[in-house]
Design a binder for this molecule. Structure first.
Ligand code: NAG
Ligand code: NAG
Ligand code: NAG
Ligand code: NAG
Ligand code: NAG
Length: 392
């Protein structure tokens, strides 16, 4: 009591100052002691929090009985298009209800990011533009046998034609949604673009060959594959000639978009790399001009692609075709070979005609990989020659 009173009433100013100093010092001591204790115990605290975190985490994985059921439902999804990576990059069912406009738009997309987030084995897309049946089917089946994973097949038929092949054939389920084609009209180009667009949906397809039901392979698969995959150029025949069948089909009304000096002619049976396929399905402008101004005796399938490539992507084209056809006889259509025409010597002569052509800037005697036109009667003699002449 007395001390208190003394403190409060009697102590002079400097005694109060001294007292404050002592208080501050003791606070400082407590503070420093606190820091020291804190540093000394912190590993224990960290460990404590670590174990707490682990506990919470394990609890999180251990508990989800309910969402387990949800996962099962998602995994067994039967729908074709479930936004899976697999369904996006390798669509294996060609059935769809997209219109031409929709499928061309979807196919026109180029990945901007470099590289692929999956193991990409480049494939060759074999696109068959047919009037219906495939009379040389057994020959092609033998050609493809043992090479699954390196090719894709697409078949375009008349709209209502049902492609009837056995379930173990590589052609099974490979018909794309098709429309009727009027030979020589723009509908032929539309069918070619439809094939390209459907084939582009598979991101592994790197090269795209257009074939007909009367085409045959004249080399074994591995040679055809390497030849196309390693080529720096596409194989679209493209030439200029001062004749009525070439320049004579140019229409002045295509000016100012297409000039006569840009006009090209070439066989319909092309082979192109992926970039060019994307550019082609993306073009509307030139397609519209050809639809309007290239009518018989102008045939869009012989001019549209060669002219378009010459105007914009000429440096990527070899300007020659890899599909041999006999134009030695002057006629509106090339000859068709029957069974009796098919001999070892004949097929050998197509494989090596004695002339050379340019491949990746070097000369080679392998100029053609495919040939046309072969009648159904050629099938049996061709099958007899595959192992001795064609190597498959
Ligand atoms: C998915 O799980 C939730 C609870 O997480 C539940 O309410 C729901 O019914 C489940 N959905 C289905 C389709 O089972
Ligand atoms: C399909 O082909 C098989 C034999 O290859 C034949 O038995 C069947 O009748 C054919 N079906 C149709 C619809 O043509
Ligand atoms: C592709 O999908 C359609 C529709 O879902 C189905 O009817 C068809 O049988 C499938 N085709 C193949 C080859 O799986
Ligand atoms: C093909 O023709 C184009 C012109 O359209 C040219 O630029 C290109 O070099 C030619 N290709 C080859 C391999 O010579
Ligand atoms: C198959 O080819 C051989 C010669 O290579 C020939 O003797 C035979 O008659 C041919 N058979 C058929 C069915 O064409």
């Amino acid at each position: 009591m007395a001390r208190n009173r003394w403190d409060r009433e009697d102590a002079p100013e400097k005694h109060i100052g001294l007292l404050q100093l002592v208080q501050m010092l003791s606070l400082l001591v407590i503070f420093v002691a606190g820091i020291i204790i804190g540093i000394a115990t912190s590993p224990h605290i960290n460990r404590y929090f670590d174990s707490l975190a682990q506990l919470t985490f394990t609890n999180n994985i251990a508990s989800p009985k309910i969402s387990d059921d949800n996962c099962t439902i998602l995994r067994t999804c039967e729908k074709v298009d479930c936004l899976t990576m697999e369904g996006f990059v390798h669509p294996d069912n060609l059935t769809h209800s997209m219109t031409d406009d929709e499928v061309l738009w979807r196919a026109s997309m180029l990945p901007y990011k470099k590289g692929y987030p999956f193991d990409r084995v480049p494939k060759v897309a074999f696109m068959f533009l047919t009037r219906g049946p495939l009379p040389l089917l057994p020959l092609w089946e033998r050609f493809f046998r043992g090479h699954a994973g390196y090719f894709s097949i697409y078949v375009h038929t008349p709209e209502d034609y049902e492609l009837n092949v056995s379930t173990d054939s590589p052609f099974y389920g490979r018909k794309i949604p098709s429309k009727d084609v009027e030979w020589g009209s723009i509908s032929m180009v539309d069918a070619e673009k439809r094939l390209l667009a459907n084939a582009l949906l598979d991101f592994s397809n790197e090269r795209f060959v257009l074939l007909s039901e009367s085409c045959i392979p004249i080399y074994k698969f591995s040679i055809v594959y390497k030849y196309l995959i390693r080529s720096k150029h596409s194989f679209v025949e493209s030439y200029d000639a001062p004749t009525r069948y070439a320049r004579g089909r140019y229409n002045q009304k295509m000016l100012p978009d297409i000039h006569l000096y840009q006009w090209r002619k070439g066989s319909q049976w092309f082979e192109i790399q992926r970039d060019l396929a994307v550019y082609l399905v993306s073009d509307t402008k030139y397609h519209t001009i050809f639809k309007k101004y290239c009518r018989p005796a102008c045939y869009p399938d012989e001019h549209y692609i060669p002219t378009y490539l010459n105007m914009f992507h000429g440096s990527l084209n070899a300007n020659r075709t890899v599909t041999w056809v006999d134009w030695s006889i002057v006629a509106p259509h090339p000859p068709t070979y029957d069974g009796i025409d098919v001999t070892e010597g004949f097929i050998q002569s197509i494989r090596n005609k004695g002339n050379q052509c340019s491949y990746n800037s070097e000369m080679t005697s392998v100029c053609y990989l495919f040939a046309r036109k072969f009648a159904p009667s050629a099938l049996v003699p061709l099958l007899n020659l595959t192992s001795t002449v064609m190597g498959f």
